[in-house]
Design a protein around this ligand. Structure first.
Ligand SMILES: [Zn+2]
Length: 94
C-alpha cells in the first residue's frame, strides 16, 4: 500500500502501471475522522485521468491525497481504521 501526498508524478506513474489491477482511495487531508468521506475507486477511473486545466495538477496537491493498493480489502480496512466507518465506492468505476 502506498500513500501519495503532493507527489503528482509518482501518483500518475502508479495508476498508469496498475490500470488493470489497482485501486485507490481519494482522501481529504485533515485529521482522521474529519472532512468529507473517503471514496474507493479503480486505478483507471476516468476521474483521475484528466488534469485540472489551470494548474495541471490536482490529484495529490491542495486538499486531496491518495492511498493506492492492488488489494481492495487493504484499502477498505485502512479507511475503516482511519475513519471508523465503511468507505463508499465510486458509482462510476465500481
Ligand atoms: Zn471512480
Amino acid at each position: 500500500m502506498k500513500i501519495f501526498r503532493n507527489q503528482e508524478a509518482a501518483f500518475k506513474d502508479w495508476i498508469a502501471r496498475h490500470s488493470d489491477d489497482g485501486y485507490l482511495l481519494n482522501c481529504v487531508k485533515g485529521k482522521a475522522g474529519t472532512g468529507w468521506p473517503y471514496m474507493l475507486h479503480r486505478a483507471d477511473c476516468n476521474r483521475f485521468t484528466t488534469l485540472n486545466r489551470r494548474s495541471g495538477q490536482n490529484f495529490t496537491t491542495h486538499q486531496y491525497y491518495k492511498v493506492c493498493s492492488t488489494k481492495m480489502a487493504d484499502l477498505i480496512s485502512w479507511a475503516k481504521r482511519e475513519r471508523g466507518e465503511n468507505v463508499p465506492k465510486c458509482k462510476v468505476c465500481l
